[in-house]
Design a protein around this ligand. Structure first.
Ligand code: 5AD
Ligand code: SF4
Length: 469
């Protein structure tokens, strides 16, 4: 494996970009409004908050819809073929708007741009794209936009490596009481189906003091819940010299007084006893763990390069449940990995029945060029894949119902996130287990954590009533 050195973007480089932002803001003939279309995971959603922060520093304001914006930026995902097709389809659709309104600027960034060959493809086949840049240089947005706007030409900037670690970008956060905090970038695992290590680079951990400072600032602003982000948070700190491990970081963050801490994603192979112990002891940690298993069959797990067996996974589940009673588990599951037989698929079904997840993201395997699995024989017929995923979803729905029903009568704490979309008299929020709970209440409670008794369960949510204390 190639060892890439982490490149820390210096404060001087960030200051230079701020200078470009000012120059851009001073241009007369420049886009005034922006709209960001985000695809993919929370990491991308958080990158979009940083992109929005920079665009506002450049004097732009958010447009209510992409049809009305002067600059539309697509922050793309390439984890599965359909994510990529959707993004490219939407970019192409804007071409028609540009015909009517030639001043429209179109940008493409994120993981897809970082894929081998994609920059060339954008240059050749998408001549209406004005700006394209990869995940490794989002901090250069002001400079790239300035070049594109001043020189009226296309700017494509895709770094060879993605090993940058960027601090100090402005962030326009979507919510005043829930915040994403990235703790590490990249992934070293090379699961055989996954493109992420190729487009996001090797693991780079932020310094603990930088993370602590950010969380303390959020706590002072009244943020109630933080979600720590990383492709594999359990290996936080493995690339650093100061030896602050992930459980230790959680311990430090627990002391900031932030009421709730969540994190995503944990790789089962790295779920340590130390982390389980911290989850049992630290009252700020939510009772939820996203622990993607991907498959319940040992041959498939080996072919996926997951580096744990079904038995080891189940043992970790047993340990965490014993240490943190009432914890809710969720998972990612892939069906129809190359060569998967019906019996092997049944092992996944059986594992889902055994673990009883609260919910799971289910995917049909999608070959990604450049990954090991894309070279493996035994493509599964799409009709078989569809049939498998349907059976898996039906089973998971049953498990969800069972778990939700078992929560009726219990008391939960709920972070109120807004009014229910279907019924404005109802509030909605998330309990510690990360399940949506709807209940009657005053909109003034939005942003607060309230005690709620669970009174009923529907297919996707719980119903409750506020407990007056
Ligand atoms: N095909 C299908 N699903 C995939 N995932 C990652 N790569 C692929 C792929 N090539 C799923 C995994 C991962 C989640 C984020 O996306 O389940 O945990
Ligand atoms: Fe992809 Fe595996 Fe890394 Fe997750 S741990 S990002 S599935 S390579």
């Amino acid at each position: 494996m190639i060892k890439e050195e982490t490149i820390r973007i210096s404060p001087e480089e960030i200051a230079l970009q701020q200078q470009y932002a000012k120059e851009f803001a001073a241009l007369e003939d420049r886009p005034k409004t922006y709209f960001i279309v985000t695809y993919g995971c929370q990491m991308n959603a958080h990158d979009s908050e940083k992109l929005a922060g920079m665009l506002e520093e450049m004097g732009m304001i958010a447009a209510p819809a992409k049809e009305e914006a002067d600059f539309v930026l697509h922050n793309t995902c390439c984890i599965r073929d359909n994510a990529e097709r959707k993004a490219l389809g939407n970019v192409t659709w804007l071409k028609e708007i540009k015909k009517i309104r030639p001043s429209l600027m179109i940008g493409v960034c994120g993981c897809m741009v970082q894929e081998p060959g994609m920059a060339e493809k954008l240059l050749k086949q998408y001549p209406f794209v004005d700006v394209a840049f990869g995940t490794g240089n989002i901090h250069r947005l002001p400079e790239l936009m300035l070049r594109a706007a001043e020189q009226k030409r296309r700017v494509v900037a895709v770094p060879q490596e993605q090993s940058t670690l960027i601090e100090g970008l402005p962030i326009r956060r979507e919510s005043p009481f829930q915040s994403y905090v990235t703790i590490m970038y990249g992934c070293n695992n090379f699961c055989s189906y996954c493109i992420v290590p190729y487009v996001r680079g090797r693991e780079r951990s932020r310094r603990p003091e930088d993370i602590l400072r950010e969380v303390e600032m959020l706590q002072k602003k009244g943020v109630q819940e933080i979600m720590l982000l990383g492709q594999n948070v359990n290996s936080y700190g493995n690339d650093a010299e100061d030896g602050v491990s992930f459980p230790r970081l959680l311990h430090m963050l627990g002391k900031t007084g932030i009421p709730r801490i969540r994190f995503m994603t944990s790789h089962p192979k790295d779920l340590s006893d130390e982390l389980i112990e911290e989850m049992a002891k630290n009252p700020a940690l939510c009772r939820h763990l996203h622990l993607p298993v991907q498959s319940g069959n040992n041959r498939i797990l080996t072919a996926m390069n997951r580096r744990y067996t079904r038995e080891q996974y189940l043992e970790k589940v047993r340990k965490i449940r014993a240490a943190v009673p009432g914890i809710g588990l969720t998972s990612d599951l892939i069906v129809s990995f190359p060569g998967e037989t019906e019996e092997e698929f049944q092992d996944t079904m059986d594992l889902v029945r055994t673990v009883e997840y609260d919910s799971a993201f289910t995917f049909i395997y999608s070959p990604r060029v450049g990954t090991k699995a894309a070279e493996m024989p035994g493509r599964i017929d799409p009709a078989v894949a569809t049939d498998r995923i349907e059976r898996l979803i039906a089973l998971q729905d049953e498990m969800t119902q069972k778990n939700f029903a078992s929560l009726v009568g219990t008391k939960e704490t709920v972070l109120v996130t807004g009014q229910s979309k279907r019924n404005p008299h109802q509030l909605t929020g998330k309990c510690s287990r990360m399940i949506s709970v709807n209940f009657e209440g005053d909109p003034a409670s939005i942003g607060k954590i309230l005690p709620v008794e669970i009174t009923a369960a529907s297919k996707t949510t719980l119903k409750g009533r506020i407990i007056q204390e």
